[in-house]
Design a protein around this ligand. Structure first.
Ligand SMILES: Nc1ncnc2c1ncn2[C@@H]1O[C@H](COP(=O)(O)OP(=O)(O)OP(=O)(O)O)[C@@H](O)[C@H]1O
Ligand SMILES: Nc1ncnc2c1ncn2[C@@H]1O[C@H](COP(=O)(O)OP(=O)(O)OP(=O)(O)O)[C@@H](O)[C@H]1O
Ligand SMILES: [Mg+2]
Ligand SMILES: [Mg+2]
Lengths: 228, 228
C-alpha cells in the first residue's frame, strides 16, 4: 500500500540545513491501523506528509500501491491523492469564509468523485463525526476548535478513501468526542480502510494495531499493539 | 481582578440566534490559578475571549481590576489588554512569514512596553518555553505544531503580564513539553501572576487550584482542587 524507502527530508532555512527525517524505511500494508508517536519536533507530521504525497523527499523513494511516485507529474500526484487518500491536517487547513458542509464536500468536486448530490454525502460525513447539522452552514471561525477538527475529519472521509492519514485527530477534542472519533476510525479499519494516525496521547495510540515511535527523524521502535 | 457579571454571548449565523454563553457570573481574584473544562462547543473559548477583552458580551458586564469595561473605547481596550493580559489562542494566531522571535517580540513594540532590546526579552521567553534558539528565525509554517504552540505561549508571557489566559496550551504537546509548560505556569503563578487555562485534559486541570466546569454555556461546577 504505502512505502517509504530510505527517505530523508532536509529543509534549508536561511542557508542552514535541517534534517527532519533521516533515512527512514517504513512499509504499511493495506488494511493496517498504525499510530505514529514521538516528541514534539521529531518528524511525525513530516513523515505523514511524505506518506500522503503532500511533500517530496530530498532522498529516497515513496511507493503507493506498488508503484514508485518520484516521476509522477503534479497532476498525477493530485489525482492519486484525491482518489486514494484522505488527509486530516494538524492545523485543519479549512477554507475560511466557507461553510463547514462546503469544506467537507470539496474533495467530491474533483476527479472521479463527481458523485450525485455531494451535499448529501457531506451531510452524512458531518453526522459520522458527531457534529450537529445546525453547524453545517457555520464558517470555520464560527466553530469551536473541536468542531473545526471534526469538520477536517469529515472532509477526509467523505470520498470513502482507501487510506486515512490523520495528524493528531483528537488534539482538540474532549474525551467523549475522542471516543466517537476512535470508534469511527475502528469501523473504517474494519471495512478495510488503512488508517495511519499521529498522536502524542498513549491512550489514543493503544487503539491502533501497531505503534511506530519516532525520535530525531528516525524510527526508534516499531511494534504491534498487544492488548487493545 | 477579572469578573463576569451575568454575561451572555449570543451569535447570529444566517439570522438564526445561537447562545454560546448564558448568564455566567464568574469572579477570578489576582493570583488565582484556574482551569476551565467542558465538552467541545460548550463555550470555553468564548468565555476566555470575554475575560481577555477580546470580545464583548451581548448582555452583562466584564470588570477588570475593579473597573467596568463596557464604556471603554477600542483604543482603551487595546491598551488594557496589552498592558495586563497575555493571551494564548487555541489556534495560535501567529503571523505568517514572520520569524518566531519576531512573533514573540510583537507585544513589546506597543504601549508602555517600549523596553530596551525587545529581541533579548523575546529570546529569553523562547528559552523559557523549552524551544531551541536555532528555531528563532523559522516562520510558523517551518515549525512543528508543538513548536508553534510554544511560540504562542512565549508571546503571551514576554511582557510579564499580570494575567495569562491560555486556551488548550498543551493540546499539541507531548508529555515532556506539557510538563515544562505546566512548570512554567506554576512558577508564574508563584510570582503572583493570575493564570486561567482552558483544557480538556483532567491531568492538566489538576495542576490548577480551582476547576470551573462549563456545559452548554453555563457554569455547571466551580470547585477548588484538593490534591495537586
Ligand atoms: N462566531 C460564531 N458564530 C456562531 N457560533 C459561534 C461562533 N463562535 C463560536 N460559536 C459557537 O459557540 C459555541 C461555543 O464555542 P467555543 O469556541 O466557546 O467552544 P469550546 O468550549 O471552546 O469548544 P472546543 O473544546 O471544541 O474548543 C459552539 O457551539 C460554536 O459553534
Ligand atoms: N518548512 C520547514 N523548514 C524548516 N524546518 C522545518 C520545516 N517544517 C518542519 N521543520 C522542522 O522539522 C522538524 C520536524 O517537524 P514536524 O512538524 O514533522 O514535527 P512533529 O513530530 O510533527 O512535531 P509536533 O508533535 O510538535 O507536531 C521540526 O524541528 C521543525 O522545526
Ligand atoms: Mg506535527
Ligand atoms: Mg475552544
Amino acid at each position: 500500500m504505502l512505502e517509504l524507502r530510505r527517505v530523508t527530508k532536509r529543509y534549508q532555512t536561511g542557508g542552514v540545513p535541517f534534517v527532519a527525517v533521516r533515512g527512514v524505511s517504513l512499509r504499511i500494508d493495506a488494511g493496517e491501523y498504525v499510530a505514529i508517536m514521538g516528541p514534539s519536533g521529531s518528524g511525525k507530521s513530516t513523515l505523514l506528509h511524505l506518506l500522503g504525497l503532500l511533500d517530496v523527499p530530498t532522498e529516497g523513494e515513496v511507493w503507493l500501491a506498488g508503484q514508485p511516485t518520484r516521476h509522477l507529474s503534479d497532476k498525477e500526484f493530485a489525482r492519486l491523492r484525491n482518489e486514494k487518500i484522505g488527509f486530516v491536517f494538524q492545523n485543519f487547513q479549512l477554507l475560511p469564509r466557507t461553510a463547514a458542509i462546503e469544506n467537507i464536500a470539496l474533495p467530491l468536486l474533483y476527479g472521479r468523485h463527481r458523485k450525485a448530490r455531494p451535499e448529501v454525502l457531506a451531510a452524512r460525513a458531518l453526522q459520522r463525526v458527531g457534529l450537529d447539522l445546525s453547524k453545517a452552514w457555520n464558517w470555520p471561525n464560527q466553530l469551536s476548535g473541536g468542531q473545526q477538527q471534526r469538520v477536517a475529519i469529515a472532509r477526509a472521509i467523505v470520498t470513502d478513501p482507501e487510506v486515512v492519514l490523520a495528524d493528531e485527530p483528537t488534539g482538540n477534542l474532549d474525551s467523549r468526542s475522542t471516543e466517537e472519533i476512535l470508534g469511527l476510525f475502528q469501523s473504517l479499519n474494519d471495512q478495510g480502510v488503512t488508517v495511519v494516525m499521529v498522536t502524542h496521547e498513549p491512550y489514543v495510540a493503544q487503539h491502533a494495531k501497531r505503534i511506530v515511535q519516532i525520535r530525531d527523524g528516525r524510527v526508534e521502535r516499531d511494534e504491534p499493539v498487544h492488548e487493545r
